[in-house]
Design a protein around this ligand. Sequence first.
Ligand SMILES: [Zn+2]
Length: 157
Amino acid sequence: MGHITRCSPRHRATHEAGHAVIAHRLELRVLVISLATVAGNPGFTTVDVADREGLRLAENRNLDWRLCTYKMAAGLAEIMRYHRKPIGADDDVQRIQQILAALFPYQDQREIARVRLLRETRKLVHKHWATIVVVAESLLTTHTLDGDRFVEIVDGV
Ligand SMILES: [Zn+2]
């Protein structure tokens, strides 16, 4: 169970909105975004790749990279709003490390890739911050957004 159980609904909504908005911008189809607790995690965002394949390592590097990016975006969204170390991103960090380890077998390459990933994701989160905030607020009200409703909100910003 993640530490995120101890943080406010708005904090959790910001985390999930970070995942969902950046996934959408990377053309990963968002199926559902929710604050419901599943398997001890209060909140989840499901994209079609993750849902179908359990977010196992994808066959192509471009997709792997996008998966890392949308995973990383949630923690960075938390930082944007709360200016502190993210508390909901432990599972995400683990998954990112797994994917990067598969993509970059050598430690020095992996470290360079991690820095690049961080820089690119931060840029995306900044760029789409207004949308992330709107989605987070909407999620707070509705608790769960299906993919269609989510896209309506994103398109309306
Ligand atoms: Zn997460």
